[in-house]
Write a protein that binds this ligand. Structure first.
Ligand code: KIV
Length: 301
């Protein structure tokens, strides 16, 4: 087995001193003006790295429909797929908050079905919160989820599940009326019990105003630097999205180049019989080797 079962001394030390992050921690960060860090994660390996790096919140985003499953939009991803990935992330994370996206269709038919589906994320996958897209029309659902002990993260602005209604992935809240609607939506979700608000794809000025007006923290993505925290899609951060990055994305690494060079090296070595070497092979014990070579089954006829 090639999987290493021990962490580095650094990772162990960090694990020893870090406290579990809760929504109270995020609230305190807002009050103290300390930026909140969040990233998406969809699998054990990357979730483990993100958690060990000290990120506050990991979101199992429905963006996994695109960056992991190869769909064009987030719409096709199912409850079962979201639960499957949330479980993998849960197994990796010790400190950060693990939140899961409610997929399209899982909370749109009725409040009762929304509550039932949200509870599955906590009960069957170990999530600590769910995220839902949409404004004041979701307030009743947020209230019912809060009553059912499910912490809710709101998501306003460019909400990818509304791609067809928006006519594409377009920055929202660009007129005074549209910005006012976003503010009213944010206040309605907060009053209904939301614990955190993702603000996506909106002018910096609008996100800044909403952030000042809300008591709960805001997490921005394409919403400028004045939010209480920032989130990015993990695959965008490391150049694994196979798409032209949006204006707000900053790539901090090139995993595509790293993976390509590793795969090319492997293919080259196998084709030239440079892999595996003698040192990378297992051998029969010396005392067995002689008997093995002379055993009747291996004698040429
Ligand atoms: O699905 C997702 O990854 C998201 C984040 C970008 C906020 O909703």
């Amino acid at each position: 087995m090639s999987v290493s079962n021990f962490c580095s001394a650094d990772a162990q030390n960090t694990a020893a001193v870090r406290a579990k992050v809760t929504f109270q921690t995020l609230q305190e960060k807002k009050q103290q003006g300390k930026p909140i860090t969040a990233l998406t994660a969809y699998d054990y390996a990357t979730a483990r790295l993100v958690d060990e790096a000290g990120v506050d919140l990991l979101l199992v985003g429905d963006s996994l429909a695109q960056v992991v499953l190869g769909y064009d939009t987030t719409l096709p991803v199912t409850m079962d797929e979201m639960l499957h990935h949330t479980r993998a992330v849960r197994r990796a994370v010790k400190h950060a908050i693990v939140a899961a996206d409610m997929p399209y269709g899982s909370y749109h038919v009725g409040v009762q079905e929304g509550v039932r589906n949200a509870a599955r994320f906590l009960k069957e996958a170990g999530a600590e919160a769910v995220k839902i897209e949409g404004g004041a029309s979701r307030a009743e659902l947020v209230e019912r989820l809060t009553d059912a002990e499910v912490p809710v993260i709101g998501h306003l602005g460019l909400t990818p599940q509304s791609v067809h209604r928006m006519g594409g992935y377009k920055v929202q809240g660009k007129s005074v009326a549209a910005a006012d609607t976003l503010l009213r939506d944010a206040l309605a979700l907060e009053a209904a019990g939301a614990v955190l608000m993702v603000l996506e794809g909106m002018p910096r000025e609008v996100a800044q105003h909403i952030t000042q007006r809300l008591n709960i923290p805001t997490i921005g993505i394409g919403a400028g630097p004045d939010c209480d925290g920032q989130i990015l899609v993990f695959h965008d951060l490391v150049n694994l999205s196979f798409a032209k990055p949006a204006k707000f994305v900053r790539q901090y690494g090139d995993a595509a180049a790293l993976f390509r060079s590793a795969i090319d090296g492997y293919v080259r070595d196998v084709e030239r019989r440079n892999f595996p070497t003698e040192e990378e092979s297992y051998h029969l014990p010396k005392e067995v080797r002689g008997a093995f070579e002379t055993a009747p089954l291996r004698r040429k006829a």
